[in-house]
Design a protein around this ligand. Structure first.
Ligand SMILES: Cc1cc2nc3c(=O)[nH]c(=O)nc-3n(C[C@H](O)[C@H](O)[C@H](O)COP(=O)(O)O)c2cc1C
Length: 215
């Protein structure tokens, strides 16, 4: 069945490229709440993402409890301090300690994304040899969410310096859900076309030619 192809004209293409260039991982948030309809909208758009077997294994947990938020922030601070030890005595130690690696205390919204490893949806299609495809499907939803949020001026920061088991326990979800991401969501303090880690001299984007191979 051909339902007709929507028109994505040159102007749309250019704006899409701008969105991709401007997206940014955001760590510094303005104290401005996100409207309920914006949260609903970006989550609904994320749910349009592709998934193996159409399994839609993403499970979004919106944090409402100030107590859990505090515990999460404390946990990530502890894990950051541990991770810093990796750089002890090295050139990057000072830089690591000044990087802002999460905004859990300040972000107006915290969203945890889990993968339901036992979802019956999709009837197991496509995961016989690579069950991790369920988790990759959740990542597609996160990226869609990221772009959908950014179109509305909302930023997202992906926090991964954490112990997934500890965070899963704090959020009290079913045992067969695995943590994919902890996301800080809010309006950015500032916008930039350059990743913060590049601006800070930690790691720049590298040429695509170095990432592209032919066989
Ligand atoms: C899977 C994933 C995990 C990430 N985890 C962290 C993190 O724990 N701390 C952090 O500061 N940034 C984290 N980031 C953000 C990256 O540092 C950021 O995407 C990268 O520097 C490129 O910057 P940009 O997203 O602004 O283009 C993560 C990004 C991804 C995709």
């Amino acid at each position: 069945m051909n339902e007709g192809q929507p028109l994505f004209d040159a102007d749309f293409e250019q704006r899409f490229e701008t969105l991709l260039r401007w997206r940014r991982d955001v760590r510094h948030f303005a104290p401005r709440p996100i409207a309920e309809q914006d949260m609903a909208h970006i989550l609904a758009q994320a749910a349009l993402s592709p998934s193996v077997g159409n399994s839609q294994p993403w499970r979004f947990v919106r944090l409402r409890s100030p107590g859990i938020r505090e515990a999460l922030a404390r946990h990530v601070d502890e894990q950051n301090a541990r991770a810093a030890q990796r750089y002890a005595g090295q050139e990057r130690e000072g830089e690591y300690l000044t990087l802002k690696l999460h905004g859990i205390a300040e972000a107006p919204e915290i969203l945890a994304v889990f993968c339901d490893e036992q979802t019956p949806t999709g009837h197991g299609l496509g995961i016989a040899t690579m069950p991790e495809m369920l988790r990759y499907s959740c990542v597609t939803a996160i990226h869609t969410l990221w772009l959908a949020a950014r179109i509305r001026g909302i930023g997202i920061g992906w926090v991964s310096i954490l112990d997934p088991e500890a965070v899963t326990a704090m959020l009290d979800v079913p045992a067969h859900w695995s943590l994919i991401a902890l996301l800080c969501i809010g309006y950015p303090d500032a916008d930039s076309y350059t990743p913060e880690l590049e601006r800070r001299g930690w790691q720049a984007r590298e040429p695509l030619a170095e990432r592209l191979f032919e066989r």
